[in-house]
Design a protein around this ligand. Structure first.
Ligand code: PGA
Length: 255
């Protein structure tokens, strides 16, 4: 399939990994994926916890492996105990940040307005943003999937001036598929991705160039079917990104 969008395979490690474990995983990936990383046909990214970001960014420096933070705050500095600013993340040589993950929205109560502030702050600092959207099972069963993800996308992107189309990557992550082993079918995912791409276009954003990843129980044995879909440009992988061989096989998807 010809697409102007380079596939992005991203590993979201969540709250997993000491520095030693993180370094061992990245060393394994750099070795196993040496050819793939050198070819540059696919973009590969890992998002370790904050405590391992510096170590992982140093190890990945000089390779094409990208490194992302899993969250950031919207202020640059100040009395915000426990928070991390986009400038602090950029200072580590980290290129991306994941924002709006459903665990941030559901467990930590982040709403669309907060996510928008974080998005603007991250972009202003030159970070690429992976913006997650997704519906609950009740919302899907009620027939509200597209309305929910469009609402989250509009709140984040409406009126936003992007310097480059690759500054923002969307990630469609149905909440019922995250960590459950219950993956969306390729057709279910494609339907939402197509709707999201149309929505991005209506918002005046570069819909043809903006990548839309699928996330939610992506594994070596289901990645090929998902990546064969016209509007699925990559994957945001949780559990399966914690093992070298599983993540490497996902990076090496066949579509
Ligand atoms: P999972 O997580 O692959 O473990 O379902 C995906 C995510 O939350 O990004």
């Amino acid at each position: 399939m010809t697409t102007p969008r380079r596939p992005l395979l991203a590993g979201n490690w969540k709250m997993h990994g000491t520095r030693a474990e993180a370094l061992s995983l990245v060393e394994g990936l750099l070795g196993r994926l040496q050819g793939q990383l050198a070819s540059g046909t696919r973009e590969v990214l890992v998002a370790p916890p904050f405590t391992a970001l510096d170590a992982v960014a140093r190890l990945a420096a000089g390779t094409s492996l990208r490194v992302a933070a899993q969250n950031c705050f919207h202020e640059a500095r100040g009395a915000y105990t426990g928070e991390i600013s986009p400038a602090m993340i950029a200072d580590l040589g980290v290129s991306h940040v994941i924002l709006g993950h459903s665990e941030r929205r559901e467990i930590f109560g982040e709403d669309d307005a907060q996510i928008r502030r974080k998005l603007e702050a991250a972009l202003a600092q030159g970070l690429g943003v992976i913006l997650c959207v997704g519906e609950t099972l009740a919302q899907r069963d009620g027939g509200h999937t597209v309305a929910v993800v469009e609402g989250q996308t509009r709140a984040a992107l409406e009126g936003l001036a992007l310097a480059r189309p690759d500054q923002v990557t969307l990630a469609y992550e149905p909440i019922w598929a995250i960590g459950t082993g219950r993956v969306a079918s390729p057709a279910q995912a494609q339907e939402v991705h197509a709707a999201l791409r149309a929505c991005v276009g209506r918002l005046g954003q570069p819909a043809k160039q903006m990548r839309i990843l699928y996330g939610g129980s992506v594994k070596p044995d289901n990645v090929d079917g998902l990546m064969a879909q016209a509007d699925i440009d990559g994957a945001l992988v949780g559990g399966a990104s914690l093992e070298v061989e599983a993540f490497a096989r996902i990076v090496e998807f066949e579509a």
